[in-house]
Design a protein around this ligand. Structure first.
Ligand code: ARG
Length: 588
């Protein structure tokens, strides 16, 4: 509404001989209970007008009405000047912007951004925390793309280290050659099974050692299994053929399993990084930091950085035996990513338990003088919990992503069948619909919440067709499609109308907001902005649908106009949901 701001500046100049700037004009959406669509707050102008806020509002209102063609009327409530914008203005915006092919896709901004997400370890399957991670990462990438960025979706797989050696060792000892095929298990689940077995057997050994008089700490360090796992890691680092071959086989199983889960989640990646390729790179950066005097060596040979002046503490960056720690690897990977893509911004989608790690990582890179470090951002998100019930995992184990996905599909099936929404569907169509609804429910529920907030995922609530849910929005979309399919006329050639009813105007205004929401969501890396917007849009559409006859409209022109408006609403719903990674059904 730049033209209103401009006009307000002119009004203040003409009426009160004062120059103000656009920032001085406080423009808001008019509150629902008042007439009008935009509101100017008049309190700040009383300094120049030397009149009450009401009188100031009246004077500015009169001026705008007399001088601005699009201002159809106004009313003043205390210090608020509510302005009614002419229908011709809204109709023009609707026709030239909302109906345009690329509505909601911002022009390219020439910036490149990397979004790293998922980044699992290869010793066990994905869990509920990864689900939030994957959905967030995928959605933020889609939003940034719509906002004009060139986006690279990256996945940094932690494929090496003691954790995978534990699974490998347990498989060697207790696996009897079991494979995903022979076990009928997804590869990531099979490897996870051996990780659990390792832990169980290791605990047994610890208990035995404790019974023999050792302290807990001693027992943990000297249990034969952990020593063997450590030996295995050393062999891996030395390139031992047998160990490497088993490692490749078992990681291969895990990747097949992950690929399947990613497919079901509907997420994908442009670039995979593997820590086995990146963990050594960090050591060059350690050298660089030592040379620059940013790191220091302790007597035992370990390398540290002192961040006490930055309010943090001393941080180990390389062990005394020369092996890398987590941050060593991340320093190297950050450099590698930049060498590969030279992006302007780089986002790490990682849970908030790693807030400290990323603070330190970014600070070190800045101290090293990496000019690109200012473009790094940790998109930190909170935990997801499940209410107690059938999906609640046993103490200490986490909710498995694959289990959750199939649980969502069956919940969607139950609810959909109960409502009789699939009469006339064949088996395949039904299966597809349950998948779309189940995943829509899950994705919407997780994405409608600000990433930083911890959240409680309630599977049943998430599928409620009447609630603030994905399925409610999906149903609204299908409802529109159903009306359109019964139209029987070509509504694209609508002659149009020149006046609007209130619900039509509200719907058009809500639609025009979409582009703005995309840029806000991109700026804040926040899919929740899009999610909440689409919910409002669906509600405004439903109000329109209930209040106005579409197929039985007063005239043929109005009928075509309402059909076209409905089609536009369906399209924006679909576009917005797409940014959340959610599909919308054509019918249900
Ligand atoms: N693999 C790590 C984990 O599962 C997450 C890695 C996050 N990304 C990074 N660049 N550090 O905890």
């Amino acid at each position: 509404m730049d033209f209103i701001i401009k006009a307000a500046i002119e009004a203040v100049k003409a009426l009160y001989q004062t120059d103000i700037t656009p920032q001085d004009v406080n423009l808001q959406q008019t509150r629902k209970e008042f007439e009008g669509q935009v509101t100017i707050v008049t309190f700040p102008f009383t300094r120049f007008s030397r009149k009450s806020p009401e009188q100031t509002g009246e004077q500015i209102g009169e001026y705008l009405k007399a001088n601005v063609a699009e201002v159809a009327g106004f009313n003043v409530i205390k210090g608020f000047l509510n302005i009614s914008i002419a229908d011709t203005y809204w109709l023009n915006v609707y026709q030239t912007q909302v109906l345009a092919e690329n509505f909601g896709i911002l022009p390219a901004n020439g910036k490149k951004v990397m979004v790293e997400y998922s980044s699992p370890n290869t010793n066990k399957p994905l869990h509920l925390g990864h689900v939030r991670n994957n959905l967030l990462g995928y959605s933020v990438a889609a939003i940034l793309e719509a906002a004009g960025y060139e986006v690279i979706k990256a996945n940094l797989v932690n494929d090496r280290g003691i954790h995978i050696c534990k699974s490998m060792l347990a498989w060697q000892k207790f696996g009897n050659g079991e494979t995903p095929q022979s076990a009928g298990l997804k590869g990531d689940h099979l490897v996870g099974k051996y990780y659990v077995i390792f832990d169980k057997e290791y605990k047994k050994q610890i208990d035995e050692l404790k019974a023999a008089g050792k302290t807990e700490e001693e027992a943990k360090k000297t249990a034969p299994l952990i020593l063997e796992a450590q030996q295995m890691l050393q062999k891996w680092e030395a390139g031992d053929e047998e160990v490497i071959s088993l490692w490749k086989t078992m990681n291969g199983w895990v990747y097949d399993g992950f690929a399947d889960t990613y497919k079901k989640l509907g997420v994908d990646f442009d670039k995979f990084y593997y820590e086995s390729n990146t963990y050594l790179l960090g050591k060059d950066i350690i050298e660089e930091g030592l040379a620059k005097g940013i790191f220091f060596k302790k007597e035992d040979g370990s390398v540290w950085i002192d961040l006490t002046e930055d309010g943090l503490d001393q941080k180990l960056v390389l062990r005394a035996d020369g092996t890398s720690v987590y941050i060593t690897q991340d320093l190297g990977t950050a450099q590698l990513k930049y060498n590969d893509f030279g992006m302007d911004e780089s986002i790490y989608v990682v849970g908030n338990e790693q807030d400290y790690h990323f603070k330190v990582l970014f600070l070190i890179l800045e101290k090293l003088g990496k000019t690109w470090a200012k473009g790094l951002f940790h998109l930190s998100y909170g935990m997801v919990d499940l209410p107690s019930g059938k999906m609640k995992s046993r103490e200490g184990t986490v909710v498995d992503a694959d289990d959750l996905i199939s649980e969502m599909e069956s919940t969607a099936k139950e609810q959909t069948e109960a409502l009789g929404k699939v009469d006339g569907f064949n088996i395949e169509d039904k299966q597809h619909l349950y998948h779309i609804i189940g995943m829509g429910a899950l994705k919407y529920f997780l994405l409608k919440v600000d990433p930083k907030k911890r959240l409680l995922f309630d599977p049943n609530e998430s599928v409620d067709f009447q609630g603030h849910t994905g399925p409610f929005i999906q149903y609204t979309h299908a409802r529109i499609k159903s009306v359109l399919s019964r139209a029987g006329v070509d509504y694209n050639s609508a002659n149009g109308v020149d006046t609007l009813d209130a619900v039509e105007r509200d719907l058009i205004i809500q639609l025009t907001e979409y582009t703005n929401i995309v840029s806000i969501a991109a700026k804040e890396f926040n899919p929740a902005a899009v999610a909440n917007y689409i919910y409002e849009l669906a509600k405004v559409y439903n109000k329109f649908y209930h209040e106005k006859s579409i197929l039985q409209a007063e005239t043929e022109d109005i009928k075509k106009f309402r059909l076209q408006l409905s089609a536009a609403a369906a399209q924006v719903i679909a576009k917005g949901m797409r940014l959340l990674g959610i599909e919308v059904p054509e019918r249900m």
